[in-house]
Design a protein around this ligand. Structure first.
Ligand code: NDP
Ligand code: A1CAB
Length: 270
C-alpha cells in the first residue's frame, strides 16, 4: 500500500530521525522521504546521514508529499498547521505523532475535511523495536489506517485503538523508554555504589533489562511468574523486592504513567 508513495516529515528532530532510520533499515527508499526542518545543522546531518531530501520550508514538501507526517512539538502545532492550510487537500493523508494533539484539532485547522491518523510511537523505532498505537480521525479511511499501520510496522509493533485511549498510551509506551532508561541508569549507579567498575555495571544493567524484556516477550509468561522464578525463599531477590515495595515502586510507576497521561491531556488542543 505504501509502494510509490512519498512521505514528507514536518520537523526533523529525534522522533522523525528514529522513524526515518527504522524505515530505511526496513527497506524503504530514501528517495521517497522528504523532511522540512528549520535548523541548518540538522538539515545537513539528516541528508548526509540518511540520503533523504531536506528543505527549510514546510510548504516545499507539503505540496509534494503524498503523506505528511507531523513531527513537531505539540507547543508549535497550531502555528505549523496554520502555515500548511493552503496546501492541504483531501487527497493528502496527514499522520500526526504529536503528543496530546487530537485528530479533531488538526481537522479543524484544515477546515476542508483532512484525512488524519494520530499515532503514538516511541524512540526504539530507531532500532525497529518501537511500540506504536494508531487511531483514525473522522475522515480517515480504512486504507489510511492501513498505510499508517504499514509505516509503523516497519519500525516495530502496532496496535489500533480508540482516540480516547491515546493519552494513556502516551503516558505508558510513548514516554516509557524514558522511565526504562532512568531505571537502567539507577541500576548501574547502584552497581557502582556496591563497588563495581562503571563500565561493567552499565553493561550488566543494560543486559539485565534486555534479557528480562526479551524473556517476557518470548515466553509470553505473566511477569509475576517470571519474577517468582528469580525469587528464592529467604534469598537475595526478595530482600531487594521488599525494599522496592517499601519505596512504593509499583505505585510510583503508576503515578508516573498517570502524570504523563495527564500532561498529554493538557497538551491537547481539544
Ligand atoms: N521523543 C519521543 O520520545 C516522542 C515524541 N513524540 C512526539 O513527536 C514530536 C517530535 O518530538 P521530538 O522529535 O522528540 O522533538 P524534537 O524537538 O527533537 O523535534 C522537533 C523538530 O521540529 C523542528 N521544528 C520546530 N519548529 C518547526 C516548524 N515550525 N516547522 C518545522 N519544523 C520545526 C525542530 O527544530 P528546532 O530544534 O530548531 O526547533 C526540531 O528539529 C512531538 O510532537 C512529540 O510529542 C511522540 C512519541 C515519542
Ligand atoms: O515527552 C514527550 O512529550 C514526548 C511524547 C512522548 C514521549 N516523548
Amino acid at each position: 500500500m505504501l509502494d510509490g508513495k512519498t512521505i514528507g516529515f514536518i520537523g526533523g528532530g529525534n522522533m522523525a530521525e528514529a522513524i526515518i532510520k527504522g524505515l530505511l533499515a526496513g527497506g524503504f527508499s530514501p528517495a521517497a522521504i522528504m523532511v522540512a526542518e528549520p535548523t541548518p545543522f540538522r538539515r545537513e546531518f539528516l541528508t548526509s546521514t540518511y540520503g533523504v531530501e531536506l528543505h527549510e520550508e514546510n510548504l516545499d514538501i507539503a505540496r509534494r508529499a503524498d503523506i505528511l507526517l507531523l513531527a513537531v512539538k505539540p507547543q508549535v502545532a497550531a502555528s505549523v498547521l496554520a502555515g500548511l492550510e493552503q496546501v492541504i487537500s483531501p487527497d493528502k493523508l496527514i499522520i500526526s505523532i504529536m503528543a496530546g494533539i487530537s485528530t479533531g484539532f488538526i481537522e479543524e485547522s484544515f477546515n476542508n475535511g483532512a484525512r488524519v491518523v494520530r499515532v503514538m510511537p516511541n524512540t526504539p523505532a530507531l532500532i525497529q523495536a518501537a511500540a506504536t498505537a494508531i487511531c483514525p480521525g473522522r475522515k480517515a479511511t480504512q486504507q489510511d489506517l492501513e498505510i499508517a499501520r504499514e509505516i509503523f510496522s516497519r519500525v516495530g509493533t502496532v496496535v489500533t485503538l480508540a482516540e480516547k485511549q491515546m493519552d494513556a498510551v502516551t503516558g505508558l509506551s510513548g514516554s516509557g523508554p524514558g522511565y526504562v532508561f532512568a531505571f537502567i541508569e539507577a541500576l548501574a549507579d547502584a552497581g557502582v555504589k556496591n563497588g563495581l567498575p562503571r563500565d561493567v555495571a552499565a553493561q550488566l544493567a543494560v543486559q539485565t533489562v534486555v534479557g528480562s524484556a526479551r524473556m517476557a516477550a518470548e515466553t509470553g509468561e505473566h511477569p509475576a511468574l517470571l519474577r517468582e522464578k528469580v525469587t528464592s525463599p529467604g534469598g537475595t531477590t526478595i530482600a531487594g523486592l521488599h525494599t522496592l515495595e517499601n519505596g512504593r515502586f509499583r505505585g510510583l510507576i503508576m503515578d508516573a504513567v498517570d502524570s504523563a497521561s495527564q500532561r498529554s491531556k493538557e497538551l491537547s488542543g481539544k
